[in-house]
Ligand binder design. Sequence first.
Ligand SMILES: [Zn+2]
Length: 241
Amino acid sequence: MTQQTAKQKILAIGAHAADMELTAGMVMAKYIRAGGAGAFLHLTPGERGHPTKSASEYREQKREEAARAAAALGARMQMFEYRDGELPYNDEVAFRVADVIRAEKPDIVITHWKNSMHKDHVRTHQIVLDAVFYAALRTIERPLPRHAVRGMYFTDNWEDQEGYVPDVFVEIEPSDFDAWRQCCSAYQLFRGGVSSFRYRDYYEALSTTRGCVAFMPRANAFKLWPEQGVRGGAWLPLPRA
Ligand SMILES: [Zn+2]
């Protein structure tokens, strides 16, 4: 039977620094506040989107912003050095991610949905599925012992909407919403002046919209990994209390 408890560890793995803070930061804040733990792994800095800065200048900025964003939530953070737009999909990357999973030992992994307008997001989805599999296999010998993730969820990202129908809505308390805003404000991308896309408006409004359909003031929506969609129990589960 699925055990739902706050004192669990979440590892959120995104293609670019800011992807996971924007889409999973509210629920990460909630778990950490309740005694759980959180960590971010960014596979690239996401350094190629700035209108005036060079990729190397913006890379340094994103690195510093990602550190401050994670610190605002009390989460751990690490970043790989693959280049924005050129994230490779191969076993070398998947084994590196599997090593992070074995080191962080999360109960829950959160990452991108399989469809996206951004190729790095699609590859991250594939890499993370492979990595979760490799991390769990006892017979795959790596420096650390195996670790089996208990739940995997895909985020509600504006770039990953093709075929995305969320099925899990987590209520977000005002204090967790405030913590998320503080976390994301570390990024210039969120504050404005980097992209013409209105990140702040979109994700604030989305939390209200997802909250509306779930009969909650605010919610972070996710899609459950299909293969783990078995929810057992003594009785049929009721979606609403
Ligand atoms: Zn991205």
